[in-house]
Design a binder for this molecule. Structure first.
Ligand SMILES: NC(=O)c1ccc[n+]([C@@H]2O[C@H](COP(=O)([O-])OP(=O)(O)OC[C@H]3O[C@@H](n4cnc5c(N)ncnc54)[C@H](OP(=O)(O)O)[C@@H]3O)[C@@H](O)[C@H]2O)c1
Length: 212
């Protein structure tokens, strides 16, 4: 999407590589040193970051009674704490651009509440509160910070669902299907470029969540 619109794009990965035309850097979102190095490598190659998209996320579901502390910590580290530190580390270059844009990827699950996802919904909810505050702290410096909250999307994350789980999820979706990844990407792109929107969480859920 960003390449199609003529942007210089860098992408982080954990050994899987990046698509053609994207400058790849390796970083685990839970490793601050790797994130700092990745931002530096991107700045050396492309110049300071102007738009930051934080998309990394994991689920590790269980009912809360059975959910061990490690599952809670790991899901919060990946979905909330790592992204917050990545935003903090990217702030100085974004400030220099005077027109910086941050988009964080949450989940409509944070709004619904989903049995088995206490860790994940808590982490994504934290991310949304964080974005609202970053938006207010840095609006006067020309930085916008928004969130895109997808509903069920056809990616590796949902491919492990049983047919029953998938149908239960779709029962709440008026459009009656999962999103295609490119349908989420196009909203992320649009939100990143919208010049009069900040602190907002945009649901992309096929009608399952109608407003925030
Ligand atoms: N699929 C859905 O139904 C759905 C719904 C709502 C929200 N979301 C959110 O959408 C985002 C993308 O998820 P997806 O559906 O594309 O899931 P996915 O196919 O499982 O991809 C998750 C992505 O996060 C990366 N990641 C995981 N842990 C990481 C870490 N410690 N450091 C750096 N990167 C890490 C993965 O990198 P590797 O390739 O290296 O593992 C992968 O690129 C996530 O934030 C997810 O919570 C998804």
């Amino acid at each position: 999407m960003f390449l199609d619109h003529g942007h210089r794009v860098a992408g982080s990965h954990r050994g899987t590589g990046v698509p053609a035309g994207v400058f790849g850097v390796e970083a685990d979102i839970t490793n601050r040193a790797q994130v700092v190095q990745a931002l530096k490598d991107v700045a050396d190659h492309h110049g300071p970051v102007e738009t930051l998209i934080v998309n990394a996320g994991i689920t590790d579901d269980d009912l809360l009674l059975r959910m061990d502390e490690e599952k809670i910590r790991r899901v919060l580290e990946t979905n909330a704490i790592g992204p917050m530190i990545a935003v903090k580390e990217a702030l100085r270059p974004l400030l220099r651009s005077k027109d910086g844009s941050i988009v964080l990827v949450s989940s409509a699950s944070a709004r619904y509440g989903v049995p088995g996802q206490a860790n994940y919904t808590a982490a994504k909810g934290a991310l949304e509160g964080f974005a609202r505050t970053v938006a207010k702290e840095y609006a006067s410096k020309g930085i916008r910070c928004n969130v895109v909250a997808p509903g069920g999307t056809a990616t590796d994350m949902t491919s492990a669902l049983t047919e029953d789980q998938r149908q239960t999820m779709l029962n709440d979706v008026p459009l009656g299907r999962l999103a295609r990844p490119e349908e989420i990407a196009s909203v992320i792109y649009w939100v990143s470029q919208s010049t009069y929107m900040t602190g907002v969480t945009v649901p992309v859920t096929g009608g399952a969540v109608l407003g925030y």
